[in-house]
Design a protein around this ligand. Sequence first.
Ligand code: ATP
Length: 505
Amino acid sequence: MTTTEQSGMPATSLQDIIGHAKEYGFVFPSSEIYDGLQAVYDYGQNGVELKNNLKAVWWKAMTQLNDNVVGIDSSIFMHPLIWKASGHVDSFNDPMIDNRDSKKRYRADQLLELKAEEYANAGDEARSTALLQEMGRLLGNNDLDGVRNLIIAEGIKDPVSGTDNWTEVRQFNLMFSTQVGSLAEDASLIYLRPETAQGIFVNFLNVQKTGRMKVPFGIAQIGKAFRNEIVARQFTFRMREFEQMEMQFFVRPGTEMEWYERWRDTRMKFHQALGLPAERLKFHPHEKLAHYANAAVDIEYKFPFGFREMEGIHSRTDFDLKAHQEMSRKKQQYFDNDIDPATGKAYGNYIPYVVETSVGADRLFLAVLCNAFTKEVVRSGAPGEGDEQKERTYLKLHPALAPIKAAVFPLVRKDGLPDKAEQIMKSLRSEFRVVMEERDAIGKRYTRQDLIGTPFCIVVDYQTMDDDTVTIRYRDTTEQIRVPINELKSRIGQEVSMERLLEQM
Ligand code: ATP
């Protein structure tokens, strides 16, 4: 009998997560043998499975659960005028500020946001909101001197040097550029895309026409994006190369708020279905709307470093399609032949409005990993039989997301048990990811699978050889049940199925 007590364990820190991710093959620093490359990470053998599962659930949630959302895969390189039209060349900037003493660089808006968070944590919500509003006003007017003065007036010091010897605030464009063309003279400047959304906008009519899509409809895409982030210190939360999962939903103008609210709620349900608890998720409406948006909200997750944006839901009006129409001189209109009850005539030609949902695969990965990371104090032994306290660490991942669904262990490496275990493993592996492990004591093997979040361990023992039954041990409860081998496929298959997860969305 094992009981768990959650009290007394220190809160999980980001360092715990980084350490665990590295040690158990989830995330490695990029180019590690060359001392790494800042804000770039590689996914290891378990991390890639977890991330692929997250991407697959998102993809299915978008393209299978909606009859009017289809996917595309556009390229990373695009015509440079796309970024001119979208406003990225002129204004995809972050305000940066340096401390002259420490020589450290910061994002001016983040310094102020941290201060506002301090006020809010101390219970002074009014001061926190007022500060954010003032910051929004100054940035909106591009008043960079004003932003610097506000930092000084708020008494914000560099955490490294402890001084307020700040430089002026400057705007820094986040796009990476490179050249295409084999000869330098012919070369033309192009950008690595800083978001996947523009690849969707410029394919809007291709998809609409070839797919005979009727507004409202959506286009989903998963792909890499690149941003030369000024400060990138929070593991996969802020990377310079990352992956986005974006969906642009094209609607009739005037109906956008209704769709915005629907998508906001749908996306929150998605995160909860993955197992992220409601109390660690919240909506954060934008204080200041971008010039093209008429509504915007973030879904924030409570990471070990506080509530931070994981996904953005934005009502972007017709800003992007209109800008591309003007820049490319190609009409981006849709003919709506539904009848407008107000006029009795077809709605006719218009540029659709867009509601976008945009989530970072790496931020979602980090949220899911942080949430799964569980440390418990376990008391082993029957009541009264001694009170040995042990620590147990495991990843409480949703079974449909776990990198490995089941591990098969022969109890001993003799008497035909390994062959039997291998047969079982082979009979299951076309259904889900299953591994076999023979080395070390059973307890150690359980621990290894717990640490990577495997939900089920199957043990083949001497009784198996007599009656074709095995034990299944459940990761979260450590409870064990005995089942016939021929029930394994359906029992485990059901629990790990992505379809079951999708049904909860
Ligand atoms: P932030 O304010 O944190 O820089 P953002 O508002 O610029 O984020 P968006 O442009 O709305 O982010 O991008 C949509 C999503 O892409 C974000 O919600 C986030 O999940 C993800 N994302 C953006 N930048 C990064 C990054 N540098 N690293 C990892 N994910 C990112």
